[in-house]
Design a protein. Structure first.
Length: 308
């Protein structure tokens, strides 16, 4: 049984079709990345998963519990860290977490609350009123709220947006520990280096559709490969090499990033440049990363789906 099962989820807002039949599963114990540009439908999908919005068509199960028809059990199995900083300004951090525990019928939960606060560096702020906290501290409390009932499935929607490096490191250390202990993690982020480092498998959304669904390493091997960076002090890129540009919209006549099938391509590319009067100022062979794959997939004409 998958941790989360999305089946043909569709959602429209008047003329805008935000989700166009999204279907995929997140397996138990995975660290799963949900990526896409702004407006791709990620937050809409998470809102439906969390019960904050209703799908027009399709369904979502959390560990076998339908989020609409079996909402109570679905919600017990799910912890969601929202993108927005939403908090009650009248309570301290500890009171906020105790109240959140009460929503799930949990009593005498202070030992776990203390552990969460310690792992998120909130202990010194335990008795501070929420409205007196910085934005980064408030985000830590949102993470703590999502974890207070020990959910087996944790969804993090842009959890490190606008926060400092210290919080990012603290959060990922704790979340990685929970994943090792068996918790399923779903992450949306614009920090693609985080997704590459943390996620076992990735789905990419574009305009409400899944355009890639692969293991992270497979995506990197299949769609990225190697790249050659060249900078000219004179001349322009030969027309024959334009098709190799990672970013076809590049308007910089001096700097270009070209896809390589193998090291043997380098000699041919450099020879073409010399023949066309280019003077090379700098060359560098690079290994493509998830950001390069992301750019390619957002421009690709069709979806790529694979399960490995």
């Amino acid at each position: 049984m998958p941790a989360i099962d999305f089946r043909n989820v569709k959602k429209s807002f008047k003329a805008l079709q935000a989700l166009k039949g999204v279907t995929f599963t997140v397996e138990e114990g995975e660290f799963f990345g949900l990526l896409g540009p702004n407006g791709a439908g990620k937050t809409t999908l998470i809102s439906i998963l969390a019960g904050l919005a209703r799908a027009d068509e399709g369904s979502i199960d959390v560990r076998g519990h339908d989020v609409v028809h079996d909402y109570r059990n679905a919600r017990r199995n799910l912890g969601v860290v929202p993108q927005e900083l939403v908090f009650d300004p009248f309570f301290t951090v500890r009171e906020t977490l105790r109240i959140q525990s009460g929503y799930f019928g949990l009593r005498n939960n202070d030992a776990w609350i203390d552990e969460i606060m310690a792992n998120l560096d909130l202990t010194e702020k335990a008795d501070v009123n929420m409205r007196a906290l910085s934005g980064g501290m408030k985000r830590r409390v949102l993470v703590a709220q999502a974890l207070v009932h020990r959910p087996p499935v944790i969804v993090l929607d842009e959890p490190t947006a606008g926060v400092d490096v210290e919080l990012r490191q603290t959060l990922w250390k704790f979340i990685s520990r929970l994943n090792r202990e068996g918790h399923t993690i779903v992450l949306t982020t614009h920090y693609l280096e985080e997704a590459q480092a943390l996620c076992d498998r990735i789905a990419m959304l574009r305009r409400g559709e899944v355009v890639a669904l692969e293991r992270t390493n497979t995506l990197l091997r299949r769609f990225a490969g190697m790249q050659l960076f060249v900078r000219f002090s004179a001349g322009v890129l030969p027309a024959e090499l334009r098709a190799l540009e990672v970013d076809p919209s590049n308007v910089n006549a001096r700097e270009h990033l070209l896809r390589l099938a193998g090291y043997e391509d380098i000699e041919r590319i450099l020879a073409l440049c010399r023949e066309n009067g280019c003077t090379l100022d700098e060359i560098e062979v690079r290994k493509a990363d998830l950001e390069d794959v992301f750019v390619q997939m957002m421009r690709a004409p069709e979806a790529i789906e694979g399960l490995a």
